[in-house]
Ligand binder design. Sequence first.
Ligand code: C5P
Length: 214
Amino acid sequence: MIITIDGPAGAGKSTVARGLARKLGFQFLDTGAMYRAVALAGLRGNIDWGRPDDLARLATTLNIELAGDRIFIDGEDVSEAIRTQETTAVTRYSAANPDIRAYLVERQREMAAKADFVTEGRDQGTVAFPDAAFKFFVTASPEERARRRLLDLQRQGESASLKKVLEDQNRRDRQDSSRDVGPLLKADDAIEILTDGLTIDEVVERMASIVKAG
Ligand code: C5P
């Protein structure tokens, strides 16, 4: 069974997706980590961002593996490196690249065919798994999302201000919603959950009861 969770950055998707997967005994697929990994490889390879074909070619040479919370490129654990502000800033180049999207969506389908999965991203219910058994669209207000993102960054030892985080987030929201391929979009049949004021456990509980009710 596939359960998809889509929504904007900082809505708490990853945490609730992990929690839901654990509760149901499903595997968890963080598809944002895949776009980040390609961008990180581009940074490291000094790619010319103005040449999308070069990045697409590079993407197909990478062995990207996901194991629980960790992500590896060619065997190297890059779980922290993909979440720096530097990598986050260039991830739009992989996310807006149609060839890379097609390639990663194929990889996602291959992985998800092997077990029960909760998959998380922007296009999971619309593009990657339109026939998913359950689709959720998780949102929160921009201020709430920025506060959570700031806490995450501080936990990773990065310094940032709420103002900067909010500005970056607004820019990413615009990029996510306006790109031609795989834009952030709520599937018609997705259940929307606004997480402001809810704890992670409450959100997971709400989703799990919807799944159990069938
Ligand atoms: O979810 P996360 O913030 O890690 O995603 C990183 C970036 O990857 C997002 O800004 C988004 O543009 C992109 N993304 C995507 N499609 C997905 C998941 C993430 O385009 N399925």
